[in-house]
Design a protein around this ligand. Structure first.
Ligand code: PMP
Length: 409
């Protein structure tokens, strides 16, 4: 991909044009949250300037425009996941989407003795809700453990997905290891024993197409703020037959059909799960971000990110005191590289890099069971998005060279 293209994309993001402490901002924390292109910022501003009202409530022209914006955004998100409009529930984020499945599906359809299979690499959002379901129902948590290269093996899937499995919860891409899970193999095994599959797409959706029908998953969760859109917006895909039989999670206004003194009936489809006033500005931003990505196109984005990842991993391989977690190859890895510098605490690494204008994340990345499994307390994580450039990767590598010197090692 020619460099001028990369810079064109970067120039769409006003925050990246601003200097950070007098230096060019090298933003390598997009797995935590992405920045926003001007096209998304303008779409949100335009909504509040021209179309803001409470959707589904008024019959006047402005309220109808707000309703169109709300349902139009749902259609856009459904297209993104290759789902039907009625299979998309708007939520606040991946965490709320996964909790919705846990509290509505998990608490009602899982029982004592059932097994919930999940990877030890899950983000706490796709782990703690299942612990609570297990505690409440008597179901058992069964963990999948990756091999030394960070990948799940077929043997491990065969061993852990059994006749007792009722639900498999898995991240399509781990927010620490950056590796794509063998989703197709998991779905085949889960469906063969009658279990449902809950896919956490928080880290996958920014980097690759997620076709829920082709993957044949039952639920899929994502956060808009990792997709160049505002915070406070997320989505849940739920297969129509499942969504229909699931009871509401939150209740109140807008999710009902009728309410009497002693009872109520529920709205149809995704609205059953959308209680209270919606974040329509966020939804509009979400749809605009998906349009922006669509305009660039998956081929261009994926090629660009793969080249940057390859450059980063090759550069890191030349640093003998640096350990990368998960197989250090760009193929099958997306957007995320976690690492440690020998004898330097990750927070010190991140602080030294920050002084050089490079923003990375350090900590347990909401994946404490994985940290325990890897035998580390925490690590550094550099993550990519479409606005990163070769210059960003080189700035990371150059500043990393400096870390041990600054620490006197
Ligand atoms: N799952 C994964 C794999 C993630 O990376 C994250 C965010 N770091 C989440 C779930 C939770 O996302 P959110 O905080 O937007 O709910």
């Amino acid at each position: 991909m020619p460099n001028e293209f990369n810079d064109t994309w970067r120039r769409d993001f006003p925050i990246l044009a601003a200097d950070e402490n007098g230096q060019r901002l090298v933003y390598l924390d997009s797995a935590a949250t992405t920045q926003h292109p001007v096209q998304v910022l303008d779409a949100v501003t335009n909504y509040y300037k021209n179309n803001n009202a409470n959707p589904h409530r008024g019959v006047y022209e402005l309220a109808m425009r707000a309703t169109d914006a709300h349902e139009g955004a749902r259609h856009r998100v459904a297209q993104f996941f290759h789902a039907e409009d009625d299979e998309i529930v708007f939520t606040q984020n991946t965490t709320e989407s996964l909790n919705l499945v846990a509290y509505s599906y998990g608490l009602h359809f899982l029982h004592a003795g059932d097994e919930i299979v999940l990877s030890v690499a899950e983000h706490h959002s796709n782990l703690v809700p299942w612990q609570r379901v297990a505690q409440a129902t008597g179901a058992k948590l069964v963990y999948l453990y990756p091999g030394p290269d960070g990948r799940l093996t077929t043997d491990e899937l065969d061993k852990k997905i059994t006749a007792k499995t009722r639900l498999v919860a898995i991240a399509m891409v781990s927010n620490v290891l950056g590796l794509r899970a063998p989703v197709e193999e998991i779905v085949t095994r889960a469906h063969a024993v009658g279990a449902v599959v809950v896919l956490d797409c928080a880290q996958a959706a920014p980097h690759m197409p997620v076709d829920v029908k082709r993957l044949d998953v039952d639920f899929a969760a994502c956060s808009a703020h990792k997709l160049y859109a505002p915070m406070g917006m997320g989505a849940l895909y739920a297969r129509a037959e499942l969504l229909e039989k699931m009871p509401p999670f939150l209740s109140g206004g807008d999710m009902i059909s009728t309410v009497h003194e002693q009872s109520a009936t529920w709205a149809e489809g995704p609205r059953k799960f959308e209680a209270g006033t919606r974040n329509v500005g966020g939804e509009v931003g979400f749809a605009a971000a998906l349009d922006y990505m669509n305009h660039i196109g998956w081929d261009a984005m994926m090629q660009h990110e793969h080249a940057l990842l390859d450059r980063m991993l090759k550069g890191m391989a030349a640093l003998p005191w640096l350990t990368v977690y998960g197989e250090p190859v760009a193929d099958g890895r997306f957007g995320v590289v976690s690492f440690n510098v020998k004898e330097v605490h990750p927070h010190d690494v991140a602080t030294i890099l920050d002084a050089g204008g490079v923003a990375i994340r350090a900590g347990h990345h909401c994946a404490q069971p994985l940290m325990e499994y890897l035998g580390i307390g925490s690590c550094c994580r550099a993550s990519l998005a479409l606005y990163n450039t070769e210059e960003d990767v080189d700035a990371l590598l150059n500043n990393l060279e400096n870390v041990r010197k600054v620490m006197g090692l």
